[in-house]
Design a protein around this ligand. Structure first.
Ligand SMILES: CC(=O)N[C@H]1[C@@H](OP(=O)(O)O)O[C@H](CO)[C@@H](O)[C@@H]1O
Length: 508
């Protein structure tokens, strides 16, 4: 029986909520297990609104035997009050992971209508209170803000609130910057919760230090409609209505502000995307360079998924000599892998990612900043690295923190967006989705890069790929939508489009 339930009601990310929430619970479960104090773990319940009509409508509580305890909001409070513990949500394989579970887990997705979030979060609070939990209502938050608050709570800092988040990251950013960011950055907030939160963060930092122009603040547009990180990444175009100027920095969040994508125009007004791969490359090379300057020897790794652009992988391995790991799609896999490195930089190509640093390494870097046996240059690099890592929300990919981190690096290197996007040129690529009768027929292996079943599909893909220079393609059943996703890249956009189409037909 939990002693602490925290609820946040906010706008939804694009397709992201299910795994986002599973992840909150997953991590809390792990944390709790580590502390062997399961019953003291804080529990987060996030009520979200989805615009995707394919999503589950309503709440579900399912016991470990698979019996449905509640299927509607009306029955939730009673189900919670009467439920024999443990209660686990079907998609979570938690019991094996955490030993005897005495943790309440709920995956709650509601359909559409943001105004309903408030009343739905009340239902959760009522339900949780009905079985004696102490509840804290944190109001409207971005997904990463809730993660942050929970992580602080589980670390023993029980008074943490939203303001604490702003103070923490605003002061970390100001400590790292020695001169203000000289040009503005325009941020499309997908008409989601990020708009108000980014405005607050920018206020705490100060307009004299960073100039953030918020676009799509939700006053008129709809959540994620023709805007937001996923739209920009998949469509490879700017949010509707945004008038772009060459070499100006533009960024997009997704609806719940856990993804970040940058973009700009080159001098010929070609659209240039700087996605999760490029952000990861910027972060990792910056960390590597400062580790080198500070003469600190730590194992740095980048974690990607199959969606990482082939040229980003080539750049990191062949030109930068940075260790790379590949995991299946979904940040929980990337995060887990990142923890196996001293410093792990993980990003999905769609802009969802962060950096993890183990405490021992953080201490090592902090100590190096004051080590009298090191040169002033070495100490300076160590100090910079420490301050940079302080900007990062290590609990989960956080669009606001990642934005600050990008801005800080560009300023420190005296780089415009041009120097950044030129670190490597992406291979043209295309994402597609195919509706099939039963996507679960497809089984994949090798971090989703190969199809295992049906057995005739992978040879068919291989044969198609061979026809295109620099061709690569893979398919996988989506974990969040009832579709099979197809990814293709090749030497030209036409070939990438063609390959994606041919492979889609093969899938079908
Ligand atoms: C290609 C792609 O962008 N896939 C997304 C999407 O998962 P799918 O399993 O592909 O539907 O939603 C996930 C949750 O937000 C995100 O982690 C993942 O990267």
């Amino acid at each position: 029986k939990p002693d602490n339930v925290r609820v946040s009601y906010g706008t939804a990310g694009f397709r992201g909520n299910a795994s986002g929430m599973e992840y909150v619970f997953f991590r809390m479960g792990m944390l709790a297990a580590l502390r062997s104090k399961l019953k003291e773990a804080a529990i987060g319940v996030m009520v979200t609104a989805s615009h995707n009509p394919e999503h589950d409508n309503g709440v579900k509580l399912i016991d470990p035997q698979g019996e449905m305890l509640a299927q509607s909001w009306e029955s939730l409070a009673t189900a919670l009050a009467n439920a024999p513990f443990p209660i686990v949500q079907e998609v979570l394989a938690l019991p094996e992971k955490i030993g005897t579970p005495c943790i309440f887990l709920a995956k709650i997705i509601i359909k559409n209508l943001r105004p309903s979030s408030l009343s739905l979060s009340r239902a959760v609070l009522d339900g949780a209170s009905a079985f004696g939990a102490t509840c804290h209502d944190h109001g409207l938050l971005t997904t990463p803000q809730l993660h942050y608050i929970l992580a602080c709570y589980n670390g023993g800092d029980i008074k943490v609130d939203e303001e604490h988040y702003y103070q923490n990251y605003a002061s970390a950013f100001k400590a790292l910057l020695n001169v203000p960011v000289t040009s503005p950055v325009t941020v499309d907030c997908a008409n989601g919760v990020g708009a108000a939160k980014l405005t607050k963060l920018a206020e705490r930092i100060g307009a004299n230090i960073i100039d953030i122009v918020v676009y799509n603040d939700g006053q008129s547009g709809k959540l994620n409609e023709n805007c937001g990180a996923d739209y920009v990444k998949v469509q490879q175009r700017a949010p509707a209505g945004l008038n772009m100027e060459p070499f100006h920095r533009y960024a997009s969040f997704d609806g719940d502000a856990d993804r970040l994508i940058y973009y700009t125009l080159d001098s010929d007004c070609n659209f240039i995307l700087l996605d999760g791969d490029k952000i990861a490359a910027l972060f990792a090379t910056y960390i590597r360079d400062n580790l080198k300057k500070a003469s600190i020897n730590l194992r740095l790794g980048i974690i990607q998924t199959a969606y990482a652009n082939g040229n980003s992988t080539n750049f990191l391995i062949n030109q930068q000599n940075i260790e790379i790991a590949c995991t299946p799609t979904g940040v929980k896999y990337l995060h887990e892998k990142a923890l196996t490195f001293d410093i792990g930089v993980y990003f999905e190509a769609n802009g969802h990612g962060t950096i993890t640093v183990n405490q021992e390494c953080k201490n090592k870097i902090s100590a190096a900043a004051f080590d009298p046996n090191k040169s002033a240059e070495e100490r300076f690099a160590a100090k910079k690295l420490k301050l940079f890592l302080d900007i990062i929300n290590q609990t989960v990919g956080d669009a606001m923190c990642d934005l600050l981190a990008v801005e800080a690096i560009l300023q420190d290197k005296n780089w415009s967006v041009k120097e950044w996007y030129r670190i490597y040129t992406e291979l043209p690529n295309r994402q597609a989705k195919v509706q099939v009768a039963d996507r679960r027929i497809i089984e994949t292996g090798d971090a989703e890069r190969k199809v295992i079943l049906p057995s005739m599909l992978q040879p068919a893909i291989d044969e198609l790929v061979r026809k295109y220079p620099s061709g690569r393609s893979f398919v996988r059943p989506s974990g969040t939508e009832d579709v099979v996703r197809v990814y293709a890249e090749a030497n030209t956009q036409e070939n990438a489009d063609d390959l994606a189409q041919q492979v889609s037909l093969a899938v079908y």
